[in-house]
Design a protein around this ligand. Structure first.
Ligand SMILES: [Zn+2]
Length: 243
């Protein structure tokens, strides 16, 4: 197989690989958009769950305290009746102390209940906010999911076709050269580079002058000493001049 033929075969392969790479990037980006929305929704759900658990526990404590306060208020009634029946100062004093203590206990519980009420109000508002946030993500997801799925399907189909094209292109490259190309491509992303003016077009480093002269003299495949890519000479093209 002549060197120009090998170069042409490599160029075909490299162009297919470039397309495949773009397709993979597009696929990844489509999938990322959906995954990030789904992630946000899952995060909202976790926050909802944890806030609901907190709310349940607050409500439980609040209801226990309310019951306590009610029982104590009934005890207060009894103590007041007892005060009416007191026969001497000692009994009066004892019942008065009992009444004061009970009043304080009821007050403490009522204070605690209003604190918990405020807290649970706050959590209910927070729950509403998170529900709205989750609904927005859901709407967004619903509006793009169909398009994204269709696009992913098209991209995957394109990828499959290109891969089949690649299988054929690989067969046109000598086995050893292909292995070298693959090793470089796996490290650098691309496997070939051209030179027109003595610098590598891929890494922009100057080639040793002797190497450049050899590349220019006759069709030849070498490797760039800076980036290792398979390098060959191409004559100045019209586009290269105007650039
Ligand atoms: Zn290079």
């Amino acid at each position: 197989m002549s060197i120009p033929d090998q170069i042409r075969a490599l160029e075909t392969l490299a162009s297919i690989d470039a397309t495949l790479r773009t397709l993979d990037e597009q696929l990844a980006s489509e999938k990322t958009t959906v995954a990030s929305l789904k992630g946000s929704i899952a995060e909202c759900q976790e926050r909802l769950q944890s806030n609901r658990a907190t709310l349940t526990s607050i409500e439980k404590t609040r209801s226990e305290l309310t019951t306590d306060a009610r029982v104590m208020t009934q005890q207060l009634e009894h103590s007041r009746e007892k005060l009416g029946r007191a026969r001497n100062e000692r009994e009066t004093n004892a019942v008065t102390r009992e009444l004061e203590e009970l009043r304080k206990l009821v007050r403490d519980r009522e204070d605690e209940v209003s604190k918990l009420t405020a807290q649970s109000e706050g959590i209910r508002m927070e729950l509403e906010r998170i529900e709205q946030e989750a609904a927005q993500y859901q709407t967004e997801l619903a509006s793009i999911e169909g398009d994204v799925n269709a696009k992913v399907g098209r991209l995957e189909q394109g990828r499959l076709e290109k891969s089949q094209e690649r299988d054929i292109a690989v067969k046109a490259v000598p086995a050893q050269l292909y292995r070298r190309y693959e090793t470089i491509r796996s490290k650098r992303g691309t496997g070939i580079a051209q030179t027109t003016d003595g610098t590598c077009r891929a890494c922009h480093m100057a080639l040793p002058p002797q190497l450049f002269h050899r590349l220019r003299r006759e069709p030849m495949i070498e490797q760039c000493q800076s980036c290792n890519r398979i390098i060959y000479y191409v004559a100045v093209t019209v586009t290269a001049i105007t650039q």
